[in-house]
Design a protein. Structure first.
Length: 253
């Protein structure tokens, strides 16, 4: 287990008040990391921290909006002032909504790109500014099946997630020589708030089940092992990759 051991490491997981981010944070904590939970709503963050603390994990919270440049910089300045080094950054915060491009306002396009893609650059840059001088660090970005595949009604999301794949490679290309590994996880269709309406739609539910070799939606906790692998020494020579954890869907679509 030593290869996967995260004791002595601190992991910041953006968007970890619920959904996949919370499951990633819990997995990293179970592997020994101290975790910093992030989200926009401080009350929801405090609530999310409770079960992890009750399980004996070392948990901090940092409420900030990943699209707010000044807030991101201030959060990292606070980490510095408090002596908190971020060894692992998991860029997970994201939003999605469905609208045909013909009806899509430019402001909505920009909001989705900023939250899902530019924020990974923004938070990644602040983390790497500290990791580069230390000569080590792990960055995990969250892509999607739409990192590869276009889907109608989610154009900016698709563009953002395609961008995540190339941002991950760019991070690997620029920061690899400084001992940083940047990789991505591409989840399939998972049971989270983001998909509430789709799960409730019998036609969409049937489509997911028929097109996924696993014949079911994924559970958030099923992604934790991939994050632990990419956060740990077990992946030290893996850089710039995206691992699809999707019940096999991308292989057959
Ligand atoms: P949820 O909608 O369930 O949760 C989103 C999380 O992101 C919440 O913690 C939310 O915080 C946080 N968040 C949203 N906007 C911001 C922001 N501006 N600043 C900080 N935090 C923010 O999403 P999922 O768990 O389903 O998705 C997580 C990631 O995984 C996203 O990047 C998504 O694109 C990706 N993904 C999801 C898939 C799925 O099937 N669910 C499939 C493929 C990829 P708060 O609680 O404060 O609102």
């Amino acid at each position: 287990m030593t290869l996967f051991d995260l004791h002595g490491k601190t992991a910041l997981v953006t968007g970890s008040s619920r959904g996949l981010g919370f499951a990633f944070a819990r997995g990293l904590a179970e592997a020994g990391a101290r975790v910093v939970l992030n989200g926009v709503d401080p009350d929801r963050l405090a609530e999310a921290a409770n079960p992890l603390r009750a399980a004996g994990h070392d948990v901090l919270t940092a409420a900030f909006d990943v699209t707010d440049e000044a807030a991101v910089i201030a959060a990292f300045d606070r980490f510095d002032a408090d002596g908190i080094e971020i060894h692992i950054l998991l860029n997970n915060a994201g939003i999605q909504f469905r609208k045909p491009m013909l009806d899509l306002a430019t402001a909505d396009w920009q909001r989705v790109i900023d939250t899902n893609l530019t924020s990974a650059f923004r938070v990644g840059r602040e983390a790497a500014r500290r990791m580069v001088p230390r000569g080590s660090g792990k960055i995990i970005n969250i892509g999607s099946l739409t990192s590869e595949l276009a889907r109608a009604t989610v154009a900016p999301y698709t563009v953002a997630k395609g961008g995540i794949k190339m941002l991950t490679r760019a991070m690997a290309a620029e920061w690899g020589e400084h001992g940083i590994q940047a990789n991505a996880i591409g989840p399939g269709y998972m049971v989270t708030d983001m998909n509430e309406a789709l799960i409730a739609d019998p036609q969409f539910d049937a489509w997911v089940k028929s097109r996924t070799p696993a014949r079911r939606w994924g559970r958030p906790e099923e992604l934790a092992g991939t994050a632990i692998y990419l956060a740990s020494d077990a992946s030290n020579y893996v850089n710039g990759q995206i691992i699809y954890a999707d019940g096999g869907m991308i292989s057959v679509l």
